[in-house]
Design a protein around this ligand. Structure first.
Ligand code: PLP
Length: 485
């Protein structure tokens, strides 16, 4: 049957079918068209078409264009909060859904749809398992930006007749703050909670901010600039006492990195991003509790997929990638030692060790370094400010290391980071901050290279700084009245 189908199809559209039915026949390049590639025998049976020379291609390697980064030495990647590399196991799981199994998961009338749907449902289960949720409560989106927009605007607009107050914090990601700003323009009242010097909110301040017309509290789990972890379980318990207030958490930097359980933490809505946990970009999810049911107005209108909350065809391959990333993250957290199942997070333990190594070695050799945020934050995000060096010069001098000063999403602007300012950091210290993002694939050798490079660079820049010279001479810089000079 399949062979008859293939042969019929071959008369119509040989190249299209060959392109999708073979794993490595996806993107023919000019060079590939010029040469004939050997076809593996497993693909030469009658169920597959024999590809012609013009259908060849698909190499799993970085394209090397003249002058591109790939031609030069690539910097060491320490920017894991901006994005994480796709775990090879994730890519393996995704590939069949980009090639052979290309069905629309919403097609109900044939096997192509059913197999894609099955893969999507498996992924939903893996993600739900990771956060202690029911799979039915998971809605796939394009990423945490969409999930945050959906949670904040969706809940606020649904309840707008009776409730028009929202509480969030000053250190949220831009997409949360901007969603709130938009609601402010629509007539909602927003309270932005301040944070202490350690970046953590005060539960008393939160409780005092609650009003009878509060519909939503949105507080992130792990901060993307400082790694600060908010007391989510305590916030959840506090909000449970106030009926009718939904609790949303942007957990883009937390899921897959630290244990998160929506029931233990009393979370009603939670945002997740694929590319922060070694999955692909362009996919994310939102947890929306069904019992008791969270009511929200969908942002998109359309086919009513995903419980009517997020219309649009699901990108099965990306969903599978997110599911596999979640499955791996969960597996890494539970390791059997001597037949005793113990919760022992292998990723976390490695990252903690590398993080300690980075901080200890920098601190032991460079003076006047301040760690921004709570020391008990997520260890894979280390934010350090270097006094008496100019932030821009520091970043320029560290071209061999891919890292961020402040959030990657805001680093295009020269404004000092609003997150660090909210923690009380002086403007110059916020400017001279660097965020070191350590992840699953970071090595000890990379950390050592970075430490040595930082030590040398900070010393060199300070040697050129008149301020540093004054400090060395024992002058108290803070006591100087600069307006007199
Ligand atoms: C805390 C936080 N929330 C939301 C986002 C946005 O995530 P996405 O890229 O999936 O839209 C990011 C990404 O930087 C983030 O760090």
């Amino acid at each position: 049957m399949l062979s008859r189908l293939s042969r019929t199809a071959s008369r119509r559209s040989t190249s299209r079918i060959a392109n999708v039915s073979r794993r490595w026949f996806v993107q023919p390049s000019t060079a590939d068209r010029a040469s004939v590639v050997e076809i593996p025998s497993s693909y030469q049976d009658e169920t597959h078409l024999t590809p012609r020379a013009d259908m060849l291609g698909f190499k799993l390697e970085i394209p090397r264009r003249e002058g591109s980064l790939a031609e030069k030495i690539r910097p060491i990647y320490l920017d894991m909060q901006a994005t994480t590399p796709v775990d090879p196991r994730v890519l393996d799981a995704m590939l069949p859904y980009l090639t052979d199994q290309y069905g629309n998961p919403h097609s109900r009338t044939h096997a192509y749809g059913w197999e894609a749907e099955q893969a999507v449902e498996d992924a939903r289960k893996y993600l739900a398992d990771l956060i202690g949720a029911d799979p039915k409560d998971i809605v796939f989106t394009s990423g945490a930006t969409e999930s945050n927009n959906m949670a904040i605007k969706g809940v606020a607009r649904f309840h707008k007749e009776k409730k028009r107050h929202i509480i969030t914090t000053q250190t949220e990601h831009k997409c949360v703050l901007d969603s709130c700003r938009k609601l402010g323009e629509e007539g909602f009242d927003i309270t932005y909670l301040s944070v202490g010097n350690n970046g953590v909110i005060s539960l008393d301040e939160l409780e005092a901010a609650i009003r009878p017309d509060t519909s939503l509290v949105s507080i992130m789990t792990v901060n993307n600039e400082t790694g600060v972890i908010q007391p989510i379980k305590e916030i959840g318990a506090l909000l449970r006492k106030h009926r009718g207030i939904y609790f949303h958490s942007d957990a883009a930097q937390a899921v897959g990195k630290i244990p998160v359980d929506v029931n233990e933490m009393n979370i009603d809505l939670m945002s997740i991003s694929g590319h922060k946990l070694y999955g692909p970009k362009g996919i994310g999810a939102i947890y929306v509790r069904r019992r008791p049911r969270v009511r929200l107005e969908p942002i998109l209108s359309g086919g009513g997929q995903e419980r009517g909350l997020r219309s649009g065809t699901l990108p099965a391959a990306l969903v599978v990638g997110l599911g596999e990333a979640a499955r791996i993250a969960k597996k890494e957290m539970k390791v059997s030692i001597f037949h005793i199942i113990r919760v022992w997070d292998r990723d976390h333990a490695r990252i903690q060790r590398l993080s300690d190594r980075l901080i200890t070695n920098i601190n032991s050799q460079v003076e006047h370094v301040v760690r921004n945020g709570d020391v008990n934050g997520y260890p894979g995000c280390v934010n350090l400010s270097f006094s008496y060096v100019e932030g821009e010069s520091l970043l320029m001098a560290l071209k061999d290391i891919a890292l961020s000063s402040g959030s990657a999403c805001t680093s295009a602007s020269l404004e000092p980071s609003y997150v660090l300012r909210a923690l009380g950091a002086a403007e110059d210290m916020a400017h001279s901050s660097l965020r070191f993002g350590i992840g699953r694939f970071t090595t000890e050798a990379e950390v050592d290279f970075v430490v040595n490079h930082i030590i040398r660079t900070v010393q060199r820049l300070r040697d050129m700084s008149p301020l540093w010279e004054m400090v060395q001479e024992g002058i108290d810089i803070n006591a100087i009245d600069w307006s007199q000079h």
